[in-house]
Design a protein around this ligand. Structure first.
Ligand code: HEM
Length: 320
């Protein structure tokens, strides 16, 4: 009788922390295959590397997840079967706003209660990766008061909790054995026009988001066919009318000195189509033309899709 090897996921369910680093890397083109070899070797040892840092403060909830982009999946995994839905981020063009698609081969989502642990882990990984990669984007996020975004609203309330987390986020073997225990990850970096946002009354801001600002109470959905709030446009159902959850670990980032104010959106899901449908509803609108008003104050400047395979798969890709 053959024994089934248990699959261990990455820490996609790690809690929201005080600090997070979102690092997007590109593999250096290298016909001799040297870059790919280095990347495979480093990624396969990432959980050991994470232990080096996590042990230095066990209360700091250190965690790192790695996502692999569609364009390098075959090379980086050494030709392992592709997760069924994996493809690169499709640009979503609405009447007024566009969700841009930008490059990225690897994503490192590094989190901890302490900024120094995120810094130290990133330093150790980058030392090992050396010239095999170049940095496409590096964004450092922070927790702002009671988990508010820079628009002033509590962000993350409707996230799944407890057993609903793996259920929403991890690909089940019966759905796709090649993606088992992994998760699709979509990231977008948004820059806010805070001056324009602050010119809106609190009531108008609340209607845009779909929740009250101070005490975070959900507002009634608007009538069908009229302007919907962000929370309604971001609600997606399958063909049976069942609501589909994703896990968001958004973080504020920015620098008042350079007037940069942003939200780094990161969504994990076991079904990529769910996040893509949310984006379509936000950018194109429902009904089409009535786009998410959050976009009139928030411009997407990046957009990339990755697959965060199980830890078990990641450890198996060492070319040695
Ligand atoms: C809900 C902020 C982009 C998906 C919310 C809420 C806030 C918020 C304040 C209400 C509280 C909560 O449930 O978390 C933002 C900001 C964004 C952004 C500031 C960027 C500028 C996105 C994107 C997606 C998304 C790009 C998906 C592609 C969702 C979902 C909900 C939500 C699924 C929960 C809806 C429900 O009530 O079931 N967001 N969001 N958000 N957002 Fe966003």
């Amino acid at each position: 009788m053959s024994r089934r090897v248990p699959i261990e996921p990455q820490r996609v369910d790690a809690p929201l922390t005080q600090s997070a680093t979102f690092l997007i890397l590109s593999l250096t083109p290298d016909p001799s295959g040297g870059s790919t070899k280095t990347v495979r070797s480093v990624l396969s040892k990432l959980s050991d590397l994470a232990k080096n840092v996590a042990i230095r403060d066990l209360n700091a909830a250190f965690a790192c997840t790695v996502g692999i982009g569609s364009g390098v999946w075959d090379a980086v995994t050494g030709g392992l079967p592709r997760p069924k839905e994996l493809h690169s981020f499709p640009e979503v063009k609405g009447g007024v706003h566009t969700a841009v698609s930008t490059p990225g081969d690897l994503l490192l989502h590094i989190r901890a209660e302490r900024r120094d642990l995120c810094f130290e882990f990133e330093r150790q990984v980058m030392d090992l990766l050396g010239d095999a990669v170049s940095v496409v984007d590096e964004t450092v996020g922070f927790r702002y008061f009671d988990v508010r975004d820079l628009l002033g609203f509590v962000d993350g309330t409707a996230n799944p909790v407890g057993p609903a987390v793996p259920d929403s986020v991890l690909v089940a073997s019966e759905d796709d054995s090649s993606g088992e225990g992994g998760s699709y990850v979509v990231v977008q970096k948004y820059l806010h026009d805070l001056k324009a946002w602050k010119a809106l009354s609190t009531e108008k801001q609340e209607a845009v988001i779909g929740r009250t600002k101070w005490d975070n109470i959900e507002l009634e959905d608007a009538e069908e066919g009229t302007q919907q709030a962000h929370k309604s446009l971001a609600t997606v159902e399958d063909d049976n009318g069942e609501e589909q959850s994703i896990l968001r670990d958004n973080m504020p980032f920015g620098s008042p000195g350079s007037k940069e104010y942003g939200t780094y959106f990161i969504g994990y899901s076991k079904r990529l189509w769910v996040i893509e449908k949310m984006l379509e509803r936000m950018f194109v609108g429902d009904p089409p033309g009535l786009h998410d008003r959050i976009l009139d104050f928030s411009r997407a400047v990046t957009g990339s899709t990755f697959f965060a395979p199980s830890s078990t798969l990641l450890e198996s890709i060492d070319p040695e």
